[in-house]
Design a protein around this ligand. Sequence first.
Ligand code: FES
Ligand SMILES: [Fe+2]
Length: 440
Amino acid sequence: MSISNEEIAGLVRSDSVHKRVYTDPELFQLEMDRIYGQAWIYVGHESQVKNPGDYHTTRIGDQDVIMTRGTDGKINVLYNRCPHKGAQLVAQGDGCAGKFFRCPYHAWTFKLDGSLLSVPLRNGMEGTTFDKSHPDFSMRPLARVDSYRGFVFASQSAEGPDLVTFLDGAASSIDNLCDRAPEGEVEVVGGVFQVMQLSNWKVFYENLHDTMHAPITHESSFMAARDEAQHLGEMPFELLIMDGNGEPYEFWEKLELRAYKNGHGYMEAIFDPAAATRDPVSRAHFESLAAVHGEEKARAILGMNRHNTVIYGSGSPHTVFQQFRVIRPISVNRTLIEIQTFRLKGAPDSVFDRALTYTNVINSPSSNVMPDDVELYRRCQEGNMTRGGEWVSHHRYAGTDKETPEGTVSVNGTSELPMRNQFAAWKQYMLSGNSAQSQE
Ligand code: FES
Ligand SMILES: [Fe+2]
């Protein structure tokens, strides 16, 4: 790579970044090595591979990987490559491999942990240096795999912090998502939506806690929701979640933004939890939790009211409406989003139905709200490709962020603290040489 560390360090200032971080394909390649080759990245949820032999394919950075459950029940994450000629072993998607993977090219077979099971016509291999037990002849596992309450992460690097240390305060959002289930567990249900965004992956992370855009970018959807509510004489849930974006600046200013290590953080929720317990779905949810934990604990669990959480490099869980928008960089100006919706085990069906409504109205490819954002991400990409200027501003409330033992806190909900925090992590990753490639 020809980009020096000095050059990289010069791209990120405490209150702005050079537009090259979004547009330079060489920097993108370096990110694949130094961020995605190093950090813990969300692969998928254990419920996507319920039974032995089940597999789920996805990407970690620029690497195709397979998550699969072994006959021992253990989750494995393997590179999607046959060691014979290098063929991609499993086509894109989910399925069940049965007891072993069989390469569609020459039928080498592999156990569910990737180790070589058999090669057809062994006699031709005898007398050669082929060694069935040598790792070169097995599918390669990722360096580290770990699961946090059913959420499976993998790291391509053998070095670095363990998963819990890496997640820092963002782990509390995964905890809250699971604690909202009376059985303490969640599962992915109803399939996974995919959306291809024509923009760099970092633009979406920034937007997740960008409160200043909501009343502007989403004007068309919240105004339509308000018109419809007026027509109906009430504001049903489908419209309420669109209406939220239309709050005035004073509302957003009062929200709290919190930033954790490694670029993670969360934004306080838009919807008032006390108001939520007045509707029948929230009340039934509360009662199902109270039956298990008692009213006080149920109130505490549902009172943790977060909007988007950022797990930098992986995506954004939404605890209250049970979503995970997984962010997969494809190229410098292409980003694939996987939208997962979770069922809370033990909660009334109406709680899952509400989550699906949120998915459809806010996050799905045909939603009323997401296309507003996706169009603006594309415009950021296009604008930054022009010669119209060099720097991208993250100045709002710069220099005022408060350090606390539980992360850095904004003094105002319109602060660009989340962007500054994400780029501080980006710079740290990009200046470190510790990556999957350097260990090969
Ligand atoms: S490439 Fe897989 S068996 Fe030949
Ligand atoms: Fe938005």
